[in-house]
Design a protein around this ligand. Structure first.
Ligand code: ATP
Ligand code: MG
Ligand code: MG
Length: 554
């Protein structure tokens, strides 16, 4: 096994352990907001938090950060759980920030009583003006010194639904001149008359993320609260909120920040992914072109390959952009070992073996996966009329064309050596049939001298009378720009790839008659393909997962 050096968060944990922090108090959480589906960026955070849990044998909670009922839904909760399980991780407890609404409310009341919070009843515009700018200190607003009694009465009114949205907010009373803008009396609660997917209409006020997050970590006794770099400036506020409630007999959570995953040729903001779904630019959150976990799964990605990818990119403190091809590399490595090989023709042209008997059929032995001995063999039918790929034949081929041409020989995979003899064309000059002869003694695996003859190339094929028709969905990048959401003057939707989906009718060998959604195959010389959930008994649908790096050579 290879030695791996510790990443900086593991280093922090090792340091605290050697400074006496008890190992059995280590506790982590993964805190998604249920306002969308998980994407490949989340996978990095998942692998990090659950990886630490496994490494230190410590609990990892799944905490739904559900403090904004306007955007959150049960559908997203369910999808997040399904994706996590599929990725292969088990959480210790399933928890919700909304479980803590009562506790958070009570803490807010004690903060009001301690003079650490107040009700502001100004418009958001006025509050923003008083807040100042990064280079200019803010000024106190007119409600900052309201009496405790008045604050308590108003806060209760907010809670009881006596006020309209936007009429009052609860603010932490910190410092309007702080160099950290987030410390200039940040909001703690706002009035929202919205139905919450778990608490229904019980609450008319909802806590803000910054207030709820750290206190939720504290309630759950999370030791290491890991988030992405955008939260560096929030750490001071995280700590301030903890100071208001912290009891030193308990574990005090600490926030640590790591660099988020950025991938080229895609977008990862949930807001933008939601827009693609809502505007029907893609076919749902699990569209195989989406960078969501469910989209990648439907495309044919394996959980293994995603975990391997997260492992390879590592955990760092500096942002960078990872090339999508690295994710594809991890996928190919995995599928190469596990995906059975089959033959499929996606752009067919008819090939007739003129010296093969009219009514004969043979069932030839084919190896399922040369990378995996246990995968065994199957039989594929061979007959006089076959399909091959149109691009595997050229009438006038250059010397370096290692496929079929007139007067030249190639091998048909698992079958015989054939020689191009003539073509039939339609009125427009397009080839409609290729006529070849075969060498009866050259069958693969027969051990004969002819079977060992070296020929220029090997082609895949299917027997026309035995082949099954399949719908094959071919995908390309969803965006034509490396960083579609980085342009100031242009919306990311202007960079959609108009050719990101192409649907073709292909022909596959009959061993695929009984495939199930999610089964993965290598179509030899073409790439990896995943059976789509749209498949029915009468109609198989494949998604192209990823191409082969190199066509196989024999
Ligand atoms: P978005 O910006 O897409 O809405 P988010 O950060 O608001 O994402 P959350 O559901 O709050 O989404 O994220 C849950 C966890 O996943 C957080 O800890 C967050 O830091 C982490 N996370 C989200 N995106 C990435 C990413 N691209 N790389 C690494 N971690 C991420
Ligand atoms: Mg978030
Ligand atoms: Mg978000």
């Amino acid at each position: 096994t290879e030695e791996k050096s510790l990443h900086f968060i593991e280093q922090i944990i090792e340091d605290s352990l050697s400074n006496g922090f008890p190992k059995d108090k280590l506790r982590f959480r993964f805190p998604p907001e249920p306002n969308g589906y998980l994407h490949i960026g989340h996978a990095k955070s998942i692998c990090l938090n659950f990886g630490l849990g496994l490494k230190y044998n410590a609990p990892v909670n799944l905490r739904f950060d559900d403090t904004n009922p306007a955007k959150e839904e049960q559908e997203y909760v369910d999808a997040i759980k399904e994706d996590l399980k599929w990725l292969g991780f088990n959480w210790t407890e399933e928890l919700y920030s909304s479980d803590y609404f009562q506790q958070l409310y009570e803490w807010a009341i004690s903060m009001i009583k301690n003079g650490k919070a107040y009700i502001d009843s100004q418009s958001s515009e006025d509050m923003a003006l008083q807040k100042g700018t990064p280079t200019q200190p803010g000024v106190d607003g007119p409600h900052r010194n309201r009496s405790v009694e008045e604050n308590l009465t108003l806060f209760e009114g907010m809670k009881n639904g006596d006020f309209l949205e936007g009429s009052h907010v609860l603010r932490a009373k910190i410092d309007m001149t702080s160099t950290n803008m987030l410390m200039r009396d940040p909001l703690m609660y706002r009035v929202l008359h919205r139905h919450h997917h778990r608490t229904g209409n019980d609450w008319k006020i909802y806590p803000m993320y910054d207030y709820a997050h750290g206190e939720s970590d504290y309630i759950e006794q999370i030791s290491h609260s890991i988030c992405t770099l955008e939260f560096v400036m929030h750490r001071e506020l995280y700590n301030w909120f903890l100071d208001q409630i912290y009891d030193d007999s308990k574990v005090r959570p600490h926030q640590y920040e790591f660099a988020r995953l950025n991938l080229n040729y895609t977008v990862m903001s949930k807001r933008k992914l939601l827009q693609l779904v809502q505007e029907n630019i893609v076919n749902g959150w699990d569209d195989p072109r989406m960078p969501t976990i469910s989209g990648l799964r439907r495309r044919g990605y394996t959980a293994n390959s995603i975990r391997k990818f997260c492992d390879m990119i590592g955990v760092a403190k500096r942002e960078n952009i990872i090339d999508f091809s690295l994710l594809e590399f991890c996928l190919r490595e995995d599928l190469n070992k596990t995906a059975p090989r089959v033959m499929a023709v996606l752009d067919p042209i008819k090939l007739v073996i003129t010296n093969y008997p009219e009514d004969k059929e043979e069932w030839l032995e084919a190896e399922n996966n040369q990378e995996d001995e246990s995968a065994g063999f199957r039989k594929v039918p061979f007959s006089k009329e076959l399909f091959i790929e149109r691009e595997d034949f050229l009438e006038d081929a250059p010397a370096k064309f290692f496929r079929l041409s007139l007067g030249r020989e190639v091998r048909l995979k698992n079958a015989y050596i054939i020689k191009g003899e003539s073509v039939i064309k339609d009125a427009a000059g397009t080839i409609t049939e290729i006529h070849v002869t075969y060498d009866e003694d050259s069958r693969s695996g027969s051990g004969s001298e002819a079977s060992q003859r070296k020929v220029a190339g090997t082609l895949h094929w299917v027997s026309i009378q035995h082949a099954l028709e399949a719908e094959v969905r071919l995908y390309d990048r969803l965006f034509i720009d490396e960083a579609p959401d980085s342009h100031k003057e242009k919306n990311f939707l202007e960079f959609m790839n108009p050719d990101s989906l192409q649907i073709v009718k292909g022909f596959v060998e009959p061993s695929l008659a009984t495939v199930h959604s999610g089964e993965k195959f290598q179509f030899q010389r073409l790439g990896y393909f995943n059976v789509d959930k749209d498949s029915t008994e009468g109609k198989i649908v494949f998604n192209k997962t990823v191409g082969l790096k190199d066509a196989w050579e024999e």
